[in-house]
Design a protein around this ligand. Structure first.
Ligand code: NPW
Ligand code: ADP
Ligand code: K
Length: 499
């Protein structure tokens, strides 16, 4: 499991390292040295390295990197930005040491000074790190735009200047780096869009700072790695289909069949013993053909009977509700029955959430372990928060909503966020745009239900691991096809790598 820290947590970690007796200049030396090392590893042309330094400690890292380069025999050019009155103590110290080295130092105060970047063969961006706290304006913004037009590798120190550490939002303008060398651990802004595009390749370097133990839980994000799949119980060699649990998929509607197919098949591929699809009678023939492994329980729109659904719910160990369910009268009756009577661990997706958003009187704290899997549009309707606000503050909004609602959120976007009430928050980075295709969310819902069948008492693990597996399926499918040509059903073929 990897851990990402937000800016406040990074500051706390820095301070604790200093309290443990590691002085700031030592940390800075390691930070700067690791940047130089990563640059040299890649064999960039170092005939004219240009370093852009801001006023804070990120600038100090840049000045130290310039000095290390000059000690190695290179001739760096250092461009200083901002008011010298604002230099941090460490920045002052690094500039003082640099003054005795053969490096060209230029104080930039006007646009014309930016021409000093023109001959750069490598550019090191040390304008702002985790201390950025407002939009870039004036010469800072000009410098960023200027640099982004140069044709040389750009290496960001800690984070590309202009990218918000916590949200990945671009604050006015941001450096477009080819490589970001970040310290201690990842920062959410390096992995969330659009920050991740500005960061390029991200390398995390250890510099002697530990992750604090007593961190506010919201300051720390978890990131699933393949090795974390070991938390899933081993498959019982002597088990029968009952051992591997029964999932009821309340999915599909008179006009939608595919969502029922994709989610049921994904649950089966994840290792579920039995799947029953509760759906409209219109879907009987196609589903019998597409998923012969699944049991079917079909209802008629004209003569819908609650008892049949109650019996099916009783049969199941886990319930998935919502994929392609529709939002009509029958769908509403089905959802009401589910909410009134369910006590089993459940996954609520798509139209189940759209119906809840339309009929807010149905919303209440569930008394069963519950995962909801809204995409940003569904989340916006559910929480009555704008899509823009969600895009910029997904982590904080989702973790707060999980606390308030008592359900595990798997909020889906190009980077998905999983949060449990008053507990951990996960950021998923395993996917790619191959997943941005109709039906891909249905596959995820099926995987989530399938994993919940394996760990019914751990909905957070089921949600976080399913988002990871789904992302990896997208990446693997894109390797065999292309990101553009992957269809949702293709993803089903890759689930087996993780089951
Ligand atoms: N501490 C340690 O031990 C270690 C720290 N390390 C390094 O330190 C970095 C964090 O340093 P930091 O906290 O000094 O913040 P930093 O990112 O340099 O920016 C603050 C400066 O920018 C200014 N400023 C902010 N926004 C602005 C804007 N929009 N436009 C204009 N100005 C703006 C702000 O001025 P102010 O706004 O307060 O006037 C202040 O002067 C971290 O990312 C890592 O690289 C590593 O060496 C490891 C050891
Ligand atoms: N650009 C992307 N990168 C990574 N994952 C993506 C991207 N776009 C979409 N996804 C993922 O694909 C899935 C799409 O789900 P959803 O929008 O519900 O699809 P549908 O409703 O068509 O089934 C989500 O899990 C989302 O996280
Ligand atoms: K930077």
């Amino acid at each position: 499991m990897r851990v990402f820290l937000d800016a406040a947590a990074c500051k706390q970690a820095d301070e604790e390292a200093m309290q443990r007796g590691i002085p700031s200049p030592v940390l800075m030396e390691r930070a700067a040295y690791s940047v130089v090392e990563e640059i040299r590893k890649r064999e960039f042309d170092l005939s004219c390295p240009v370093v852009l330094c801001g006023t804070g400690n990120n600038g100090g890292d840049g000045a130290a990197a310039a000095r290390i380069l000059s000690e190695m025999g290179y001739r760096p050019r250092v461009l200083l930005f901002g008011d010298p009155e604002k230099y941090s103590d460490q920045m002052k110290l690094q500039l003082h040491i640099l003054s005795s080295c053969p490096a060209e130092v230029i104080r930039c105060s006007k646009e014309e000074d930016l021409k000093a970047c023109d001959s750069a063969t490598v550019l090191i961006d040390a304008l702002f790190g985790i201390g950025l706290h407002r939009d870039l304006t004036g010469l800072f913004a000009e410098a960023v735009r200027y640099v982004n037009h140069l044709d040389c590798p750009v290496i960001a120190v800690d984070i590309p200047s202009g990218v918000n550490t916590d949200t990945g939002v671009v604050c006015g303008a941001a450096i477009k780096a080819s490589l970001t060398v970040t310290f201690t651990c990842g920062k959410p802004g390096l992995f969330l869009f659009p920050g991740t595009v500005y960061a390029g390749e991200v390398v995390i370097r250890e510099i002697g700072i530990r992750i604090p133990e007593n961190l506010d839980r919201r300051r720390k994000l978890y990131n699933v790695e393949e090795s974390d799949l070991c938390v899933l119980p081993e498959r019982d060699e002597s088990g029968n289909k009952g051992t591997f649990r029964k999932v009821l998929c309340i999915t599909g509607s008179p006009d939608i069949c595919g969502a029922a197919f994709l989610s049921a098949k994904a649950a089966l591929r994840t290792g579920v013993g039995m799947v029953k699809i509760y759906t409209s009678e219109n879907n009987r023939i196609p589903l019998n053909t597409l998923v012969p492994e699944a049991l079917l329980s079909v209802y008629s729109e004209k003569q819908w009977e609650e008892d049949q659904l109650l019996r099916d719910m009783d049969w199941a160990d886990i319930i998935l509700v919502g994929c392609g369910l529709g939002t009509g009268k029958t769908a509403l009756k089905i959802l009401k029955t589910f909410l009134d009577h369910n006590h089993k661990p459940a996954v609520m997706d798509a139209d189940a959430l759209n119906l809840l958003a339309e009929h807010r009187e149905l919303m209440r704290q569930p008394d069963f372990p519950c995962i909801i899997t809204p995409h940003i549009g569904e989340l916006s309707r559910l929480l009555e928060v704008s899509v823009q606000d969600l895009k910029e503050n997904l982590i904080s909004i989702v973790s707060r909503s999980a606390d308030e609602s008592g359900v595990v959120f798997l909020a889906k976007d190009a980077r998905s966020v999983v949060a449990e009430p008053n507990g951990r928050v996960y950021l998923t980075t395993s996917g790619n745009s191959a997943l941005a295709t109709a039906g891909s969310g249905d596959v995820l819902a099926g995987i989530t239900a399938g994993l919940l069948a394996r760990v019914p008492e751990h909905p957070l693990a089921a949600a976080a691991l399913s988002a990871f597996i789904h992302g990896r399926c997208g990446t693997l499918a894109a390797e065999d096809r292309s990101e553009a040509s992957v269809n949702a059903a293709d993803l089903l073929d890759y689930i087996q790598r993780f089951s």
